[in-house]
Design a protein around this ligand. Structure first.
Ligand code: ZN
Length: 150
């Protein structure tokens, strides 16, 4: 299942960054609003894999990143919230499951162009890793490009 594969990839990456002796790590996972993923299953998969790999001290925090769209013609930027009212509930649902549909359903609010990019809101990536509770409070900036999963 997709969610399990993503959870596995995230955990493998995290384990590369953190020494096995490290305790109390908070890992922020950024999930794009347009990513096709069931967050409940994803969280469940993370929990189960934590048990399996015996890493109870790692805490996952999932943050949903809002979609940001940018017009290629006039450079105007807008979000799904901006067009939520013009899209019906069914369209929004459809976009959640098939992100590519956004191209068929949305237009630039300024120039009406259908030629736009999805700047933010796709993929799953690690936002940050940080130690919690300890004195060090060190933060590892994981390379975003390298750790992006689709
Ligand atoms: Zn435009």
């Amino acid at each position: 299942m997709h969610e399990w594969a993503l959870a596995e990839a995230v955990i493998e990456t995290v384990l590369k960054y953190i020494p096995s002796t490290e305790r109390n790590i908070e890992v922020c996972i950024e999930v794009g609003e347009l990513q096709q993923i069931d967050l409940d299953i994803f969280e469940y998969a993370l929990d189960k894999l934590k048990e399996e790999k015996n890493i109870p001290s790692i805490h996952f925090k999932i943050v949903v990143i809002k979609a940001l769209l940018k017009c290629r013609r006039c450079s105007f930027e807008w979000t799904l919230d901006d067009i939520r009212n013009s899209l019906g509930i069914e369209e929004l649902e459809a976009v959640h499951f098939i992100p590519e549909l956004i191209h068929a359903l949305s237009r630039c609010p300024r120039c009406n162009s259908m030629d736009f990019d999805i700047v933010e809101g796709r993929g799953v990536r690690i936002g940050y890793l940080k130690t919690t509770g300890g004195d060090s409070g060190s933060q590892t900036g994981a390379n975003r490009k390298e750790n992006e999963y689709h």
